[in-house]
Design a protein around this ligand. Structure first.
Ligand SMILES: C[S@@+](CC[C@H](N)C(=O)[O-])C[C@H]1O[C@@H](n2cnc3c(N)ncnc32)[C@H](O)[C@@H]1O
Length: 360
């Protein structure tokens, strides 16, 4: 495929653009293979092994040798794995393993590559929505809660104690003394479980639309007596939230994809005690596409929004705010929900999120 043939355009300025698209094609394909490398444990195996042949890597991983060889082809041409043609051995350099293996803990980028495959799963449904409107429901994203759990397990849990809790002065001592905490849109509930085990004097409630995710959370929380998970639709939370009940409410990446985000925020306002605090993690964007061009994750986030966050909300007959609703609109929604004070924080290591500390 020549560049001229691939673009169908003949003016010279299209050549760099065609190059950029070629890179995008290679990188898009690479993301699928990185996701497979994560799920099959191939990166973890290679991170432990000295340079090895394809068959040795397959044997060590317990995987089909023919598939492993083809995967290694993508890894070598994608400059992830090094190959020594003389010995026929493949090697995952230590500095690459630091971003691709479970040993990398908070820095494992392979976790996020799984979203590309997860979005690809619903492409037909999304095309249907482009033509007919409507949305794609959560049930179609068969691995969503599993991947989200891994995602927040890295991006939130890794800095929960060091960076996130300290955003609210005095919070950890209140948690130590014993307060009531509510996490909305809790998914599989890992963040709440960590908090419940760190702070046994406090009581924790997680709520989420998904029966599956909350059932999973319950099995993971066995042995913790201070935590409960409730499956419920929060669309009417403005009317149904227990008044003045909680000292701390949290949402981690869970407002913009609600069916009725404003109702959820009004419910949070209603359920917070007068001296309570609401800690909200949501996507950092400007809400203006011309400014979001500079966002380091702009394309990824608009894509995830279109093919997941916006569409799952529309599938509930919801507002479909989208992940890139932006800081201005977030502030506006918080004001409309009745909150009096909002502080916006950014964490140095987290380009994806804003952290709002909100009070009645
Ligand atoms: C992006 S996920 C975040 C999950 C979790 N907070 C985390 O960080 O791992 C958003 C969550 O909102 C939940 N959700 C979406 N619409 C909802 C609704 N109408 N009522 C309650 N939860 C809802 C989804 O089931 C999903 O678990």
């Amino acid at each position: 495929m020549t560049q001229a043939a691939s673009t169908g355009l003949e003016t010279t300025p299209t050549v760099p653009f065609a190059d950029r698209l070629l890179r995008a094609l290679n990188d898009g394909a690479l993301c699928l293979m990185v996701s497979i490398g994560h799920r099959t444990g191939l990166f973890d195996t290679m991170g432990r092994l000295a340079p090895a042949t394809s068959d040795e890597i397959a044997a060590e991983s317990g995987l089909n040798p023919r598939y492993v060889r083809e995967w290694l082809g993508a890894m070598v041409t994608g400059r992830i794995v090094e190959y020594d043609a003389a010995s026929g051995r493949y090697h995952l350099p230590t500095e690459h393993a630091a971003s691709l293996t479970r040993a990398a803990a908070a820095d494992n980028m392979a976790v996020f590559a799984q979203y590309i495959a997860e979005l690809g799963r619903v492409e037909d449904d999304i095309v249907h929505c482009f033509r007919n409107g409507g949305g794609v429901p959560y049930e179609k994203f068969t691995r969503f809660h599993e991947v989200m759990e891994e995602d927040s397990g890295q991006s939130v849990l890794s800095s929960l104690e060091s960076h996130i809790l300290p955003l609210v002065p005095g919070l950890t001592s209140r948690l130590e003394q014993g307060i009531r905490v509510l996490d909305l849109g809790c998914g599989r509930g890992r963040i709440l479980q960590r908090l419940a085990s760190l702070y046994p004097n406090s009581r924790f409630t997680g709520m989420d639309l998904s029966e599956d995710a909350t059932a999973y959370a319950r099995t993971e929380a066995v042995g913790l007596g201070n935590i409960e998970y409730v499956a419920r639709d929060l669309s009417d939370f403005d009317r149904t939230a227990e008044p003045d009940a909680f000292d701390l409410v949290t949402t981690f990446d869970a407002i913009h994809d609600q069916a009725r985000p404003l109702n959820v925020l009004k419910g949070i306002r209603r359920t917070l005690k007068p001296d309570g605090v609401y800690l909200m993690q949501d996507i950092s964007g400007t809400g203006h596409v011309h400014k979001d061009i500079a966002h380091p994750l702009g394309t990824l986030l608009y894509t995830v929004s279109c093919m997941h966050c916006m569409t799952v909300s529309l599938a509930q007959d919801g507002e479909g705010l989208g992940a890139m609703w932006g800081e201005e609109k977030t502030q506006e929604y918080l004001r409309r929900a009745g909150f009096g004070s909002v502080t916006v924080n950014r964490l140095a290591h987290d380009v994806q999120n804003n952290w709002y500390v909100v009070r009645p």
